[in-house]
Design a binder for this molecule. Sequence first.
Ligand code: NG1
Ligand code: ZN
Length: 545
Amino acid sequence: MAQFEDVILKSALHSKPKGLTLQYGTAGFRTTAKHLDHVMFRMGLLATLRSKRTKSTIGVMVTASHNPEEDNGVKLIDPMGEMVTPDWEGYATQLANAEQDALCTALNDIIEKESINMSEKASVFIGRDTRPSSESLTQAVLDGVSCLGGESKDYGLVTTPQLHYMVRCRNTHGCYGTDTLQGYYQKLSHAFIELTKNAQNHTDDQKRLLLDGANGIGALKMREMETFFQSALQVALFNDCCSGKLNHLCGADYVKVHQRPPQGMVMDPGQRCCSFDGDADRIVYYFNDSAGCFHLLDGDKIATLISTYLKELITQAGLNLQIAVVQTAYANGSSTRYLEDIMKVTVCCTKTGVKHLHHAAQEFDIGVYFEANGHGTVLFSKQAEEQIQELAQNPNVSDEKKCAAKLLKNTVNLINQATGDAISDMLVIEAVLAVRGMTVQEWDSIYTDLPNRQLKVKVSDRCVIDTTDAERRAVTPAGLQDTIDTLVKKYAKARAFVRPSGTEDVVRVYAEADTQESADALAHEVCLAVYNLAGGVGEVPKPLK
Ligand code: NG1
Ligand code: ZN
């Protein structure tokens, strides 16, 4: 194993604690940062193999997104900026869990299974979030890449979607954009400025947006981007990463799950606000009304706003393109009903995790996908993009059609099609509101969310829960689904489901019903059922106050 000499030497510096096993989950590996050095080194190795196999640049992002600051994580990015395929997720798990003396055998297995030509060149892009542990963990990734002779480019501090974007730009040889931060800022800000030129009465008041940066990388990158906007947008930044702790009492996940504003933000009634998560791939909007009542506009409301806008433009442009919205079981029932019954848009439901949504969205001319937590984007098929381009340049069409086509063209340029991107999504939303002359209150009133509650239960082994039907029904343990069905029947307009989390060691419980009291009571009762039937540990779940 002469080719692994360097691996053997360096892996000793990134050794695996005996017996520790981890799983490549919903968004890569995620756990307490102190258990991750060997995983990072090995993901450097694996990314190099993936690069040799695909003859393309592969990305490695060091982040644990919305998890607490003490955690960290890593995920691989495939050539078009997508998540890696299930086969390679499997390899990642095998490689991460191989004991120290079995590492070279595990590497060899992958090389043989994938018939990898080891003399092929390899190129790996690396990025990291602002966690204190991210810098040294990045070094471990770089070590892994160099051991197998790969070339690496370290982007340093970037948002997760920025790294996805760089990978896609590199592998499309500049067709998608330039693989630099400057290139990213220029492409997005140019499209945004072009779009908002179409806004009537776009006053300074309407341009004002409060942004909670979750004390993370998104805040730093928004600061960098500010100068590119030429006053088309005025962002007031809170939780800006200067002093507060990452994701602590702030950020998109906190706001969505707790259904309350982040700490540290001063909100005037009616003021439009939004929150990024810790690596800036999720966004949610919100405002307080004049009675002090909090209104959340989550991923479902974002998908509705964007798909309605795109549908209108497509009709105006006279294009025959099919538009669909992809959701998960967490989508609010009201949003699904509105999209299907009122908007007459195709709606699909997939398992949790953007890789599933992304995949489903690729099946349509225009696929809008959002998780309720605010992670999502829009995908345009090659054919859809070509039709839009052609129409925008065609001198023989009516002004109305041309105008719609130009708006569509700039919207395509504003969207990060590699993955859900909080910065890009925010700009799309701001542009849509401006172009349509719509307030956040008008957007909110498109439909009314069914009251809902998300809770979690600790069990000794969350794998005892197996699900089907896009995670809406539990197959095991025996009796759990029947119990949930019986509980749901007690409440009006109710729905509930449970699934093991892919990023935390918990079982997630979701319930919605006609009133908040009913949603809370149902969620609590389902938690008790999980606790009793799926091996709950620790305190018995208490009812919400
Ligand atoms: P898990 O922990 O598997 O529920 C969470 C989110 C996912 C996705 C991933 C990756 C919820 C209910 N789940 O996954 O949607 O965003 O994190 O970040 O929001
Ligand atoms: Zn994230």
